[in-house]
Design a protein around this ligand. Structure first.
Ligand code: SF4
Length: 284
């Protein structure tokens, strides 16, 4: 191992030993020149993941690799006080809404056919969401990006990989979590969805949540938090509260894409997801 890589390796080991569970390498940091006595003209590849601390137990990992993982409960934050409460809607026994009582497959079918807003015009694929019908945790993001649009799957690409890592770190494999977005089609140039697009699309999410009845909802990013909690409060002020969406506990945290831009948010995110994990156990 070259000097530069060894330095970076040591730095990452120290950060993991200090208690960090997943690492986000700032692109600027990973691209910054690192002094290397061995080969100054040869750039070193950036490491995306830190080596494990010595006191953690080995666990199997997708792809045949083995990852070491500390117990997420260690120094987990206490459950915070209650926040905003969104009441369930009044029941309408005479509604002819096709989403009423629809299964997840039926909702996904409707989403793929949907032309309720202008986002359908630029999509390659609608992205209804994926995960088991009995998921204890539902993760809600903002909307599909380019890779999601191409594949029809939510949270793939770099942000999706980070979400997968975060879920694994709280012993909730991605396959056991339902993952979806506020809007199901990609907004052009990854812009924030407009209010009329959210209004047109969010009934699909509400129908999914009604079917799954999760133990906890994790709203990742400002759009998910604002929409589900009907508020314009900042994400920072909505964190560290147990909100209630139609009777289901809801935790607000940063979007993985935001973590990739700003690694300073990963510690609060790690706290938030551990609170969500505790609620998933308590309300299972
Ligand atoms: S974003 Fe939602 S409402 Fe708009 S076309 Fe896609 S599925 Fe329909």
């Amino acid at each position: 191992m070259s000097d530069a890589r060894q330095l970076f390796d040591t730095y990452l080991r120290q950060r993991v030993a200090a208690g960090e569970r997943f690492l986000v390498i700032d692109q600027r940091a990973s691209q910054a020149p690192v002094p290397s006595r061995a080969a100054p003209s040869q750039p070193e590849p950036a490491m995306s993941q830190a080596p494990p601390p010595a006191d953690e137990s080995a666990e199997p990992r997708a792809g045949g690799r083995r990852a070491r993982r500390a117990d997420w409960r260690r120094d987990a934050p206490a459950i915070p006080p209650a926040g905003i409460s969104i009441a369930p809607p009044a029941e309408d026994l005479f509604t002819s809404d096709p989403l009423n009582g629809a299964t997840l497959d039926a909702i996904a079918h409707l989403v793929r056919q949907c032309r309720q807003c202008s986002l359908c015009e630029g999509r390659i694929n609608a992205v209804p969401g994926e995960g088991p019908a009995d998921a204890r945790l539902v993760v809600v993001g903002e909307g599909p990006g380019a890779t999601e649009d191409e594949t029809g799957r939510p949270f793939v690409g770099r942000a999706g990989e980070l979400l997968t890592e975060i879920l694994a770190a709280i012993d909730l494999p991605r396959e056991r979590v339902f993952i979806c977005n506020i809007v199901k089609c990609r907004p052009p140039d990854n812009r924030k969805p407009q209010q009329d697009e959210i209004d047109a699309c969010v009934p699909y999410l509400y129908a999914q949540l009604a079917q799954i009845k999760p133990a906890v909802i994790l709203a990742m990013g400002g759009t998910a938090a604002e929409t589900l909690l009907s508020t314009k409060q900042s994400l920072a002020s909505l964190r560290n509260r147990v909100h209630s969406f139609r009777g289901t506990p809801l935790i607000v945290t940063y979007h993985p894409a935001a973590l990739l831009r700003n690694p300073h948010w990963k510690k609060p995110t790690w706290d938030d997801v551990r609170i969500a994990r505790q609620l998933a156990d308590a309300h299972a």
